[in-house]
Ligand binder design. Structure first.
Ligand SMILES: [Mn+2]
Length: 355
């Protein structure tokens, strides 16, 4: 993707904070990638609450399926709109129509904000991206802060929120702002297990704990928040699982009928790969979820180590994106086609890095 080269920062968090502090009576629209995860939720809600604390109005817009497990994070006094059917009609709301600024958190990729594209059209001059992904579409926003060394968008947001409220660092944030930030950092690092967990991640997280965050509650709600249908989903996912490449790679598969039988949405399949990733020999796992007869969602995770598989490169080759150890794409074709494609790409990746 040619835009990858130019998808980098052209402003600082301090400058973004200064700009947002100066908007007066205007409303800031805050959004993120569709089917928000913990980091998407954390980055948007923390910014919303930080702005509210200094008297700046904002509204958060969530695109697509909203995971039930995260409903508890949104509080009664948060201003949130849901574009659940991804029609984009939610942007007709007068607060969106009259927005003075738009902030997109945890993504900068057109394909991840598809139902907002009509709304974002012509608004690049007033739009800011705060992201930590390697690739995105620069033309979406005139102002960009892209820190690919940040373990989560929430690491950058913690700093941005501190600038907004005038705190010296994240330890000076109030609990309502700190809680979603801690959730985002926790979930994007696999609760501090993934290779992206570095000193800065832990320092930021420690500062957030000092703000009074109930970390145990966040882990319980987000990690132990599966509905009973999860067991049926797991049973079906394991039925469709196979190891290959001397047990170094694994593919898990879910058909639409599996999701229906388990009563689980396609956006709520996170964590399934952990069951297979725990196998010692497995270096990379792909989860294939059938979205329609002709479309498959591919999520890939790799472990760290000397010859770690770069799943971002594989995802890019399939038109998707992500991080070195966690990436995904949507493949046009049926499940059998996607299965063959992914098996070949994982095999190539393992064999080219084999020692
Ligand atoms: Mn993220």
């Amino acid at each position: 993707m040619s835009e990858t080269k130019t998808y980098e920062s052209n402003t600082t968090l301090e400058a973004i904070a200064q700009d947002l502090r100066s908007v007066g009576d205007g409303t800031v629209v805050i959004t993120t990638h569709s089917k928000p995860d913990g980091d998407a939720l954390g980055s948007t809600l923390s910014l919303h609450r930080a702005l509210r604390s200094i008297g700046v109005a904002s509204v958060v817009v969530y695109l697509g399926y909203f995971p039930e497990r995260f409903e508890y994070v949104v509080r009664a006094d948060d201003d949130v709109l849901y574009d659940t059917d991804e029609s984009g009609s939610v942007f007709e709301d007068e607060r969106c129509a009259g927005a003075c600024r738009v902030v997109i958190c945890d993504t900068g990729a057109r394909q991840q904000v598809r139902s907002a594209l009509g709304y974002l059209e012509g608004k690049a001059a007033i739009t800011t991206i705060v992201d930590h992904h390697r690739s995105g579409d620069s033309d979406l926003a005139a102002h960009r802060h892209v820190d690919i060394t940040a373990a989560a968008a929430c690491v950058s947001l913690a700093e941005l929120c501190a600038h907004i409220v005038g705190a010296k660092d994240a330890s000076g944030l109030t609990e309502p702002i700190a809680e979603p930030l801690y959730l985002g950092i926790g979930t994007d690092t696999g609760w501090f297990r993934h290779t992206n967990t570095d000193p800065r991640t832990l320092r930021t997280a420690a500062s957030l704990l000092e703000s009074g965050v109930d970390a145990d509650r966040l882990v319980r709600m987000s990690e132990y928040g599966d509905p009973p249908g999860r067991v049926e989903l797991l049973r079906r996912a394991l039925n469709g699982t196979r190891l290959f490449c001397d047990n170094r790679a694994a593919i898990m598969k879910l058909h639409m009928i599996d999701l229906e039988a388990a009563g689980i949405e396609a956006g709520d399949t996170g964590g399934l790969v952990d069951v297979v990733r725990s196998v010692r020999t497995v270096e990379v796992v792909a989860l294939l979820v059938e979205i329609s007869d002709a479309r498959v969602k591919v999520s890939m995770r790799s472990k760290g180590g000397d010859h770690a598989v770069n799943v971002a490169a594989i995802a890019n080759a399939m038109g998707g994106g992500g991080h070195f150890h966690a990436a995904g794409a949507r493949v046009d074709g049926d499940l059998a086609y996607a299965d063959h494609l992914v098996e070949r790409m994982l095999t190539d990746a393992i064999e080219s890095g084999a020692s």
